[in-house]
Design a binder for this molecule. Structure first.
Ligand code: ATP
Ligand code: MG
Length: 219
């Protein structure tokens, strides 16, 4: 069984996340994608909806897609959770499952600021997905890469280039170009604060949930 772990704040979940999950699963023939919304995140503290709301919006969003699942392993906990601990726990209860950690280029570049980054990069393989605004070339700044800028640039330029790169830990990262969807949760929250429409940026049921629970309004 091959499973993609897709962590994030999902504050709120949007079509950028959902379409990415669907394309990653299909292109790499994974059995499923497991969304793991963070609990109280270590790095983001401002204007963040409660873990319960973020979990519930994800639940509504993935309902009806048998390949997209949701885990409360992080958000049911009090306090911060760290990706290394989450992955360790998932591996221990799913022996025989091959896990891939799915994240955008922006998030991959952020790993050095996470808890025990070297341990994280040693314990899993990665699927790094494209995101408008950042090219794979930007990954040359990452301390975990062994390959040079040329290969990264080729992934940006050519569709069918071999896109598996080795990391210094002997783990590897699959670089995957997806349909570019320039949506971010930050932008959605900003629209809500400014009273602008967020229609068609996320599923209508999630939109309704945000309205019902008056999320992301000015405090
Ligand atoms: P925020 O603006 O609050 O940071 P976000 O839109 O970046 O929200 P996150 O919950 O931070 O969403 O992201 C979770 C994961 O999804 C990250 O790995 C991020 O790179 C990826 N991701 C988010 N939006 C997109 C998108 N539009 N296309 C591809 N990947 C995305
Ligand atoms: Mg983000």
């Amino acid at each position: 069984m091959k499973v993609g772990i897709f962590g994030g704040t999902f504050n709120p979940v949007h079509y950028g996340h959902l379409r990415a999950a669907e394309e990653v699963r299909e292109k790499l023939r994974l059995d499923k994608i497991l969304f793991i919304p963070s609990g109280k995140p270590p790095l983001k503290t401002r204007e963040i909806a409660s873990a319960r709301h973020r979990y519930e919006m994800l639940r509504i969003a993935v309902k009806g897609n048998p390949f997209l699942e949701l885990s409360d392993i992080e958000c049911r906990k009090q306090g911060k959770s760290f990706t290394v601990n989450t992955l360790e726990a998932l591996k221990n209860i799913n022996l025989g499952t091959e896990f891939f950690f799915v994240l955008g280029i922006d998030a991959f570049l952020d790993i050095p600021h996470w808890w025990r980054p070297e341990q994280l990069v040693s314990m899993t393989d990665f699927i790094v997905i494209s995101r408008p605004g950042l090219s794979f070339g930007a990954m040359r700044e990452s301390p975990y890469l062994t390959s040079g800028i040329k290969l990264l640039r080729d992934v940006d330029r050519f569709r069918n280039v071999t896109n598996v790169i080795k990391l210094k830990t002997n783990r590897y990262a699959i670089l995957l170009r997806l349909t570019p969807i320039g949506i971010s949760s930050t932008e959605i929250r900003k629209c809500i604060r400014q009273g602008k429409s967020i229609k068609y940026l996320l599923p209508p049921e999630v939109h309704s949930y945000i309205i019902t629970h008056k999320l992301y309004k000015k405090s």
